[in-house]
Design a protein around this ligand. Structure first.
Ligand SMILES: [Zn+2]
Length: 298
């Protein structure tokens, strides 16, 4: 009896579903708490004002501005992932009032640095204020929360010097400027997805590749918005997301090239299939993780 039951249920098993993302080899996998490469991503632009704004009902980030960014990101992620990841929705929040701007300033109106322990975290406060004022838990309802700030009415500075935006953890980012091109959002969401900055393999003089003094350029990679590029994540970032595989049975894949074998399809075409890139194995005296884990001036 028992074996026949097993046989019967086996006959009704559906074949295992083909995963829609490929699994990169362990050294390239992203931290486990990051968004899956086949997620229908939900983005909220969380607009804020300060208690001391002359009119705290107003954000300098208009509906039209945020809509344009949301639409650009929607087509960007679809193209980057070959349709595997989608933006299922983006929403623009009503204006949520956080504390007085001086609570968040790194430098006050006179340019004097405010000690870190005296400062509040604007992202934390914005998410909490949204819950109180709108009754919505954005951390539950959305995968990515982009916090939009007004300028501090005191004239103090909330951003670190030279920083337009930054990302924290898997879900949140904050935008300090008056207006940011959509590529800045692609960069910060790239951090949320688990990408570090993309370094150049050229030295700072632009002369030596993979120099032994390891004097490389943060943001130096021209092929991705995680570096100094713009419109497309790099081959390696797409591989890390599981959008490109590594077996020649995968619909698109990278492979180790043999000398003389360099024929592949452009990976940034929406219809990319088959071999879309590769690598040459060799000892360059430097590991990629050394490049990506260090920060310039940090
Ligand atoms: Zn960055």
């Amino acid at each position: 009896m028992f074996p026949s039951i097993v046989l019967a249920s086996a006959l009704h098993l559906t074949p295992p579903q083909q995963a829609s993302v490929f699994t990169p080899e362990p050294g390239y996998q992203r931290p486990k708490n990051r968004i899956a490469g086949d997620k229908a991503m939900r983005i909220i632009f969380l607009r804020t004002s300060f208690e001391n704004d002359s009119d705290p009902t107003v954000s300098r980030h208009s509906d039209a501005e945020m809509r344009e960014v949301g639409e650009a990101l929607t087509s960007f992620f679809k193209i980057q992932s070959y349709g595997t990841m989608t933006v299922s929705k983006f929403e623009i929040s009503p204006v949520v009032k956080i504390g007085k701007s001086s609570l968040y300033e790194r430098t006050d109106k006179d340019g004097k640095e405010v000690p870190a322990k005296q400062r509040r975290a604007p992202i934390t406060d914005a998410v909490a204020a949204a819950q109180r004022q709108l009754g919505v838990d954005f951390r539950k309802e959305f995968d990515m929360i982009c916090v939009m700030l007004n300028a501090s009415p005191t004239g103090g500075k909330i951003s670190p010097p030279g920083v337009a935006a930054l990302a924290t953890g898997p879900q949140t980012s904050i935008f300090f400027g008056a207006k940011h091109p959509w590529r800045v959002y692609a960069h910060e969401i790239g951090h949320n997805m688990g990408f570090p900055h993309a370094w150049s393999v050229l030295d700072k003089k632009g002369e030596e590749t993979l120099s032994t003094d390891r004097n490389f350029i943060e943001y130096g990679d021209p092929t991705t918005p995680m570096g100094k590029g713009s419109n497309s994540y790099s081959l390696i970032e797409r591989y890390r997301m599981g959008w490109i595989g590594s077996k020649d049975t995968d619909s698109r894949f990278v492979k180790a090239f043999e000398p003389g074998e360099i024929s592949f399809m452009a990976y940034d075409r929406p219809d990319a299939s088959g071999c879309v890139g590769g690598y040459i194995q060799g000892d360059f005296g430097v590991e990629i993780k050394e490049l990506v884990s260090k920060r310039d001036g940090a």
